[in-house]
Design a protein around this ligand. Structure first.
Ligand code: GLC
Length: 825
C-alpha cells in the first residue's frame, strides 16, 4: 500500500496553481450554426466563432478538433506528438433529428452530434454501446482572454483510467486531478503531481471494455478524472485547440487495440541495441577513470553479469557538456577501450544547459550558429544549472537539433556507446530556492514562461513549448546519432518527454528515494508509463536520493530485474551500491537476481521486437492482458512481462512470503517449483530473501539462455525453452544480430512453438540459422512424469532437476526445420 500524504497534496496545489494562468472561465461555444460534410467527417461552425471538425482517422479512431477562437486548425504535427498527418477514413453523415446529426464509420462506430443548445458529442461502438458522452449540463467552455478550453464528459462510478505518462499516483487515475506539466521533482512524494513527463493519453476500463483518449495539445493541460465531481471527468488545455482522439478499442474494445491505435499515430519504440537490455550500473558519480575501470573489473572478477557503466556529470570538465575532466579522466579513449575489451559499454550524461563561457568552444559555436533560446527581451536566455550560468539550445528549431546532434560525433569517435539526456524538463536551479520545497518542487523551477522558441516555424513562448523541450532534446540526440552512425541503434535515455517520446529514448523515473514506499511506487509508475506508449522504462534501483538498507536494495533489484530498463543509480552522497557492496550474503543474492535477467534476455528481446511492430509494451499491468477480470484491475503490486510471465516482487520490509493474485482464465506455474495455481485465485507463496516470486502461464514457451556475463557472449550461448506444459498455446522467439538494422531487411529468424491442447505434443518451427543462438534444450514445467518422450519419432531421455523441471537436450539437427516432441503414453 502506498501512503498519499496530505502534505504532498498541498505541495501539488501550490505547484499547479501558483504561478500559472487560472483554469478556464466559463463561456460556452454556443450552438452549431453551419455543418459541411467531408469525406471523413464534418466541419462545423459555432455561434460564438469557434470551428470544429469531427472526423474518422480509421473506422475505430475518431478525431475531434475544436478551435475555440475560430483560428484555422494547426498543422497536424504542431504538438510534436504525431509522427505524420493521420490517415482519413470514410464516414457517412446523416441527419437523425431536428438538432441531431450522426456520423458513422465503415465499421459502424458512430458519433451523435447534437447541434443545440450547445455542441454535444456522444460516441458509440459498432455494437451500439456508449463509449463517451459530453455532459449536457457542462458544455465546452473557453476563455477568450487566457485562451484556455475545457470539455466535460459523463462518467460512470466504476470507470477506471490508466496512463498519463509518468505520475507518482496510484495505478488507476480515477478520482485524481492530473496536470500535464513536465517538472523536475527530486525526492517526489507519492501523490505529488506533476512529474518529469506528462503524456495526455489514457485508457479507460469499464465492465471489461476499454477505450482511449489522447489530447493532442502539448501546452499545459489538466484532467480531472472524477475527483471534483465523481459523475464527470473533464479535461482542458491552457492554450490552443481542444484536439483529441477517441480510440474505440475495436469491436473487442480491448486495451491492446487502443494502444496499438494510439502508437500507430504517435510512433513505437524502435528495437534497442541488445546491450541496452543488460544490467546497467551507475552512480553520481564514478569520479575517475580508474574508479570506472575498477568497478568494471570487479563485476568480471566476481562473476556478476553487467553490460553498461554510466558516467554522470563529474566526468566532465567543470560540467561542460561533451568535455572530459583532464585530471580525473585524462585518457577517455583508453578507458573506453579497456571497458569494451571486458564487454562493457559506456553511457555518458548530456545536459541541455551549455556553460556560458567564452573559453568554451561549444558555447561559442552555439552562439555563432544562433541556436540558443532567447528571452522575451530578445537577449540570449540564461539560467543556472550544474556548470553555473548556462545557455539553452532551442530544440524546437531544426538548426539547433542538427547542431546539437552533431556534437555527438566526438564522444562516438572516442568510443562512448550511449547517451543520457537529463535535466531536460528543463530543470534549472531556482535562485535561492533550494531550501524551499515549494520553489524547488514548483513549476517555476524551469525557464521563464515568456522565453521564445522557434517552434519549427510556429514561433511561440516557453509556456507553449515547455512540455516538448525534453522530447525534442531526445529527438536531437536520436536523430544526430542515426545520422552519425546509420547502422547502429542509438541508445538514448531521457528524463523528460511527452507523447511520442518512445520514438527516441528510454525513460527512467527520475530522482526517487530509497524507501519501501518508493519501491512499491515503481510498479504503478512503470505500468502506466508502459501503457502510455513508452516501452523502455525503469526506475533507479535502490532509490536515488540516499542509501537503502541491504534488504531494501536486494528486494529492489529483484523488483527491477524484469523491468525493461534495468539500472542501479544513486546520488552523490549515497553509500556504494554495487551488487557486492552489502557483504557476501547479499552479493550472492544480488548475483542470482541479475543472473535471472540474463537468463531471460532472449524473452525480453523478443518482447521489444514485438513492441516495435505492435506498440504492445514488455511490461504490462495485469488488467491490460485481463481486462475482463475485475480483480486484476486494481492489482498494483504485480506486473506481467509480456503475455507469459507474472512477476510479484516483495515490496515490504521483513516479508518472506506474499499474497499473489493469478489472473483469471489461465493457469500459472511457479517458475522455481513448478507448483500450479489456477487463474482467478489468490495464494500465499514463499518469498525468501533470495527469491523473486515469478510465474509462467500454462501453454507458454519462454526462451532462456545459459549463464553469461554480458550480452556480447550471447551469440555463442545455447538457447533453451522453458515450456509450461498443459494447454494449447503458441509462442515466438525473435533472433537477430542484436545491433543494426539488418533485421528490417530480413536478417533475423523467428522460432515458432506450438503446444497442443491435449498436452501431448510440442511443435517447433525453426527457419535456417544464419548465425543466431542455437536451440539446444527444452525445460518442461508442469509434468510429473519424466518419460517417455519421442522427438521426431525417436526416444529422447529427460532428466528431472531440483526445481521439478524436465530437461531434454535436443539433437543438433533440431536447430533448423520442423520438429515434434511427443509425450508417449
Ligand atoms: C539529476 C538526475 C540524476 C543525476 C543528477 C546529476 O538529479 O536526475 O540522475 O545523477 O542530476 O547529474
Amino acid at each position: 500500500m502506498i501512503i498519499w500524504s496530505p502534505l504532498c497534496a498541498a505541495a501539488l496545489l501550490f505547484a499547479v496553481f501558483a504561478p500559472l494562468p487560472a483554469e478556464a472561465a466559463p463561456r460556452s461555444l454556443g450552438p452549431v450554426t453551419q455543418s459541411s460534410p467531408r469525406e471523413d467527417g464534418v466541419d462545423l461552425r459555432l455561434a460564438r466563432g469557434a470551428r470544429a471538425r469531427i472526423s474518422f482517422v480509421t473506422p475505430e479512431v475518431l478525431r475531434v478538433r475544436i478551435s475555440p477562437s475560430g483560428a484555422p486548425f494547426e498543422p497536424d504535427t504542431a504538438s510534436y506528438a504525431l509522427t505524420e498527418s493521420p490517415p482519413q477514413a470514410k464516414a457517412v453523415l446523416r441527419r437523425i433529428g431536428p438538432q441531431l446529426l450522426e456520423l458513422r464509420s465503415a465499421s459502424g462506430t458512430r458519433v451523435q452530434i447534437r447541434r443545440a443548445p450547445e455542441l454535444q458529442l456522444s460516441v458509440f461502438d459498432s455494437a451500439g454501446r456508449l463509449i463517451s458522452a459530453d455532459d449536457p449540463a457542462r458544455p465546452i467552455v473557453f476563455d477568450p482572454q487566457e485562451g484556455s478550453v475545457e470539455a466535460t464528459k459523463r462518467r460512470d462510478d466504476y470507470e477506471l483510467y490508466y496512463g498519463f505518462g509518468e505520475k507518482a499516483l496510484p495505478l488507476s487515475r480515477h478520482q485524481q486531478h492530473l496536470v500535464m506539466w513536465n517538472a523536475d521533482v527530486p525526492d517526489y512524494a507519492p501523490g505529488h503531481d506533476p512529474s518529469y513527463q506528462a503524456i495526455p493519453f489514457f485508457i479507460a476500463l469499464h465492465q471489461g471494455l476499454s477505450h482511449g483518449v489522447f489530447l493532442n495539445n502539448s501546452s499545459r493541460s489538466w484532467f480531472d478524472m472524477g475527483k471534483t465531481e465523481p459523475q464527470r471527468w473533464r479535461f482542458g488545455a491552457a492554450r490552443g485547440e481542444l484536439d483529441y482522439f477517441v480510440f474505440t478499442g475495436g469491436p473487442e474494445r480491448s486495451p491492446a487495440r487502443v494502444l496499438q491505435d494510439y502508437t500507430a499515430l504517435t510512433g513505437r519504440g524502435p528495437l534497442p541495441p541488445l546491450w541496452a537490455l543488460g544490467y546497467q550500473q551507475s552512480r553520481w558519480s564514478y569520479k575517475t577513470q580508474d574508479e570506472v575501470l575498477r568497478v568494471a573489473r570487479e563485476f568480471r572478477q566476481r562473476q556478476i553479469p553487467a553490460d553498461v557503466l554510466y558516467l554522470d556529470i563529474d566526468h566532465m570538465d567543470g560540467f561542460r557538456v561533451f568535455t572530459w575532466n583532464p585530471s580525473t579522466f585524462p585518457q577517455p579513449r583508453e578507458m573506453l577501450g579497456q571497458l569494451h575489451a571486458q564487454g562493457f559499454r559506456a553511457v555518458t550524461i548530456v545536459d541541455p544547459g551549455i556553460k556560458r563561457d567564452e573559453g568554451f568552444a561549444i558555447y561559442r559555436s552555439g552562439r555563432e550558429a544562433g541556436v540558443f533560446m532567447r528571452g522575451a527581451d530578445g537577449q540570449e536566455l540564461h539560467a543556472k544549472v550544474w556548470p553555473g550560468i548556462c545557455a539553452f539550445p532551442d530544440f524546437t528549431s531544426p538548426a539547433a537539433r542538427d547542431w546539437f546532434g552533431q556534437l555527438y560525433a566526438a564522444p562516438l569517435e572516442l568510443g562512448v556507446d550511449g547517451f543520457w539526456n537529463d535535466m531536460n524538463e528543463p530543470g534549472v536551479f531556482a535562485p535561492d530556492g533550494f531550501n524551499q520545497p515549494e520553489i524547488s518542487l514548483g513549476p517555476q523551477k524551469t525557464l521563464p514562461l515568456d522565453a521564445r522558441h522557434a517552434g519549427d516555424g510556429r514561433p511561440g513562448d516557453h509556456a507553449r513549448y515547455h512540455n516538448v523541450y525534453g522530447l525534442q532534446m531526445a529527438r536531437a540526440s536520436f536523430e544526430g546519432l542515426r545520422r552519425l552512425r546509420p547502422e547502429q541503434r542509438p541508445m538514448v535515455l531521457t528524463r523528460a518527454g511527452a507523447a511520442g517520446v518512445q520514438r527516441y529514448a528510454a525513460v527512467w523515473t527520475g530522482d526517487n528515494s530509497p524507501s519501501w514506499t518508493h519501491l512499491a511506487l515503481t510498479i504503478p509508475m512503470l505500468s502506466n508509463l508502459s501503457i502510455s506508449g513508452v516501452p523502455f522504462v525503469g526506475a533507479d534501483v535502490g532509490g536515488f536520493m540516499g542509501s537503502p538498507s541491504a534488504e531494501l536494495h536486494s528486494r529492489w533489484l529483484q523488483a527491477a530485474v524484469l523491468t525493461p530498463f534495468f539500472r542501479t543509480h544513486s546520488n552523490d552522497v549515497s553509500a556504494p551500491r554495487e551488487p557486492w557492496a552489502f557483504g557476501p550474503e547479499f552479493e550472492r543474492i544480488n548475483r542470482a537476481t541479475i543472473e535471472l535477467r540474463y537468463r531471460l534476455l532472449p524473452y525480453l528481446y523478443s518482447l521489444f521486437e514485438e513492441n516495435e511492430r505492435s506498440g504492445l509494451p514488455p511490461l504490462r499491468p495485469l488488467w491490460f492482458n485481463f481486462p475482463r477480470d475485475v480483480r486484476a484491475s486494481l492489482v498494483d503490486d504485480q506486473f506481467l512481462l509480456g503475455r507469459d510471465l507474472l512477476v510479484a516482487p516483495v515490496l515490504r520490509e521483513g516479508e518472506r512470503q506474499r499474497r499473489v493474485y493469478f489472473p483469471a482464465g489461465e493457469a500459472w506455474l511457479d517458475w522455481w517449483t513448478g507448483r500450479r495455481f489456477e487463474g482467478g485465485s489468490e495464494a500465499t507463496v514463499a518469498a525468501p530473501l533470495d527469491r523473486l516470486p515469478l510465474f509462467i502461464r500454462v501453454g507458454a514457451a519462454v526462451p532462456t539462455q545459459a549463464l553469461l556475463q554480458h550480452t556480447g557472449e550471447m551469440r555463442a550461448a545455447p538457447l533453451a525453452l522453458t515450456v509450461a506444459w498443459g494447454r494449447s498455446g503458441r509462442s515466438e522467439v525473435f533472433q537477430d544480430a542484436g545491433e543494426g538494422y539488418g533485421y528490417r531487411r530480413g536478417a533475423a529468424r523467428r522460432i515458432g512453438i506450438r503446444q497442443d491442447g491435449q498436452g501431448l505434443t510440442l511443435e517447433l518451427d525453426l527457419p535456417p540459422n544464419a548465425g543466431f543462438q542455437r536451440l539446444a534444450r527444452l525445460e518442461i514445467l508442469g509434468l510429473d512424469r519424466a518419460s517417455p518422450w519421442r522427438f521426431d519419432g525417436q526416444p529422447l531421455p529427460a532428466q528431472k532437476d531440483e526445481t521439478g523441471r524436465l530437461r531434454l537436450e535436443l539433437p543438433a539437427a533440431a536447430d533448423e526445420g520442423l520438429h515434434q516432441l511427443r509425450l508417449a503414453h
